[in-house]
Design a protein around this ligand. Structure first.
Ligand SMILES: NC(=O)c1ccc[n+]([C@@H]2O[C@H](COP(=O)([O-])OP(=O)(O)OC[C@H]3O[C@@H](n4cnc5c(N)ncnc54)[C@H](OP(=O)(O)O)[C@@H]3O)[C@@H](O)[C@H]2O)c1
Length: 337
């Protein structure tokens, strides 16, 4: 079976050329585990840091050996677990960029293909969706009357944040995204009240116009600089969720404008860090709430898809450059065998 690996250790922003495809034997089925054929591989920003050994203390994949880390939706082809039968679909954060994967049952969540399209389980019902749900409903407790600002709003996390805010009764939802195509997606498909293009001249004026009464809640995906801009629009007692600093993942220097403690004090703001791992025990609760939203079309995320495992490095380079529009997914095999 085919697997994508690093050619050599990486200490720069990963490029497509850093990866190669190798042939390896399929691993045997572990005790109390399964072997599954991978259908979708999710490409996520944290993998860029993980590859460089900069993510949560986790080791980088060994070059020419380990699969690039990644969540997968897969179908069981062999099982030694009472929890799974052949043909079951599953989601695992421990899948990797490869055609088949051997997993312990405790590394997998069973996926019901009738609840939502299979690919949604790798995105808005997968780890990025859980992140948005956890930030909005568990940390920030978004609710009626909130005015919410989120950046990287065309992405899975940002897009889900705004839609969940709306579903929880927020009064106004504003996004920030790069370019007119992303902003149109955020406003028309995701239903935000406004989306401001930060690559356009005069965008700070547009942002002020979009938040005439300021904000009560911001969700930060991009940088400390953007968080400070959000805070400058905050009403007193606003809340902020710090989720990602994607603009800093591949720079060697700290932001020139770290979080301004004086501004946080002046706004009496409550700023919260979010790590999705803390919410894995709550996954069933999230899935039970979010799956009907997805099925009814109230929670929707565009997909930026590639066809074939060999295309994963090119799509990943696009993600690393921020050129992706929506959830980055590689379809490795047909949904039905
Ligand atoms: N804390 C956690 O546990 C957790 C869990 C999951 C995800 N996250 C974070 O959530 C954020 C969004 O994740 P996602 O999966 O939904 O990704 P995404 O939004 O689909 O992709 C990242 C987006 O970030 C924006 N961006 C701004 N500056 C960038 C730069 N220098 N390089 C690359 N992209 C840049 C781009 O959108 P624009 O063109 O609109 O700027 C890009 O499309 C990321 O920061 C991710 O690390 C955190």
């Amino acid at each position: 079976m085919k697997r994508v690996v690093l050619k050599a250790p990486v200490d720069h922003k990963p490029r497509a050329d850093d990866f190669t495809l190798i042939d390896v034997a399929t691993s045997p089925c572990p005790d109390n585990g399964v072997v599954a054929r991978v259908i979708y591989v999710s490409l996520d920003p944290y993998v860029g840091s993980r590859i460089r050994g900069r993510h949560m203390g986790e080791p980088p994949p060994a070059p020419m050996e380990d699969a690039i880390p990644g969540a997968v939706v897969a179908q069981v082809i062999a099982t030694r677990s009472d929890a799974f039968t052949e043909g079951d679909y599953l989601y695992s954060m421990d899948g990797g960029w490869q055609e088949t994967v051997a997993l312990g049952a405790d590394q997998c969540r069973k996926v019901d293909p009738d609840v939502a399209p299979l690919s949604a389980h790798a995105g808005v019902l997968g780890m990025p969706g859980l992140t948005a749900w956890a930030g909005m409903t568990q940390l920030a407790d978004v609710g009626a009357g909130d005015v919410v600002l989120v950046d990287a709003a065309a992405g899975t996390v940002g897009g889900a944040v705004g839609q969940i805010a709306r579903l929880q009764g927020a009064a106004r939802v504003v996004g920030i995204a790069g370019g007119p195509e992303k902003c149109a997606l955020v406003e028309k498909r995701y239903g935000f009240d406004a989306c401001v293009d930060y690559k356009a001249d005069g965008w700070r004026d547009r942002l002020a116009e979009a938040l005439p009464d300021g904000l009560t809640l911001f969700f930060e995906n991009v940088s400390a600089d953007m968080a400070m801009i959000a805070l400058s629009h905050a009403q007193v007692y606003a809340r902020g969720v710090l989720c990602g600093l994607v603009d800093a993942y591949h720079t060697e220097q700290q932001s020139a404008h770290p979080l301004n403690a004086g501004l946080i004090i002046g706004k009496r703001a409550k700023v919260m860090g979010l790590v999705v791992y803390d919410f894995y025990p709550r996954w069933d609760e999230f899935a039970a709430e979010a799956a009907p939203w997805v099925k009814s079309g109230k929670l929707t995320i565009a997909e930026d898809r590639a066809e074939g495992l060999e295309q994963a490095p090119t799509l990943f380079e696009k993600l690393m450059d921020g050129r992706n529009i929506g959830k980055c997914l590689v379809r490795v095999a047909a949904e039905t065998a």
